[in-house]
Design a protein around this ligand. Structure first.
Ligand SMILES: Nc1ncnc2c1ncn2[C@@H]1O[C@H](COP(=O)(O)OP(=O)(O)OP(=O)(O)O)[C@@H](O)[C@H]1O
Ligand SMILES: [Mg+2]
Length: 229
């Protein structure tokens, strides 16, 4: 379970202080598919960065199964990022000079998996997300946006993370492709028992998740729970 308590992140911007995350409380049970919605500048990316330990909060706590990640040391945080979290970004963030296969193998290198196992897991994941044998050997530049996002999802799943954090994962895709990518993410999360937290502007997408949190000015102003209906 993920439990966020009174989380705050301030940024200094010239003379002014921006309260990007301004006292957020959230509880997300395991295996749920959760969306975070809110206008541009409301603090969605800032929140996701804190959950993924890409950034440190000004105050508050983020407990993952009872362990507060805001109190972890550098080594523990590296382990957390590598093993517990998989990130999917709007702009895919693949390494351009590596093939799709090598991109998916990369996170497994940090955990010291033998090369044969890395190749096998990466191939299986890429096949699962719908790339064929030829496509897995291509570099991101020669793949379509939808295919690149499939590779990014496979990469995020490589180390069997407990959480997938996805920031506008369908934002660069046409609505048809976006829908497919979204369904893929959902199916894989069920299969791999991953909790998904997705930031989206797309209310149709948000409507399909178990739970939505609406964020405004760095605070949760509304939450909708669909898991019990
Ligand atoms: N590194 C930073 N330095 C200063 N201000 C920042 C920084 N990062 C974010 N902010 C500010 O914090 C607020 C929240 O930004 P954030 O990127 O979290 O919004 P968002 O909800 O993800 O918006 P969008 O939908 O446009 O991606 C904004 O006012 C933004 O300008
Ligand atoms: Mg954002």
């Amino acid at each position: 379970m993920l439990k966020v308590t009174d989380l705050k992140r301030q940024f200094q911007s010239g003379d002014t202080i921006v309260n990007a995350v301004n006292g957020i409380d959230l509880t997300i049970p395991d295996g749920q598919f959760v969306s975070i919605i809110g206008q541009s500048g409301s603090g969605k990316t800032s929140l996701l960065s804190l959950l993924g330990a890409l950034d440190k909060p000004s105050s508050g706590s983020i407990e993952v199964d009872g362990r507060d990640i805001t109190k972890m040391n550098g080594g523990e945080l590296n382990q957390y990022r590598a093993k517990t979290i998989g990130f999917v970004f709007q702009s895919y963030n693949l390494v351009p000079n590596l093939t799709a296969l090598e991109n998916v193998m990369l996170p497994m290198e940090f955990l010291g998996k033998p090369k044969r196992d890395r190749i096998e897991r990466a191939k299986n994941l890429l096949h699962e997300v719908g790339l064929n044998d030829g496509e897995v050997l291509r570099k991101p530049g020669s793949l379509s946006g939808g295919q690149q996002q499939r590779v990014a999802i496979a990469r995020a799943l490589a180390n069997h993370p407990k959480y997938i954090l996805a920031d506008e994962p369908t934002g660069n895709l046409d609505s048809q492709t976006g829908k497919k990518i979204f369904n893929l993410l959902h199916d894989l999360s069920l299969k791999e028992k991953t909790t998904i937290i997705v930031v989206t502007h797309d209310l149709a997408i948000a409507g399909k998740t178990n739970k939505s949190f609406r964020i405004k000015d760095g605070r949760v102003v509304n939450s909708t729970d669909r898991s019990k209906t």
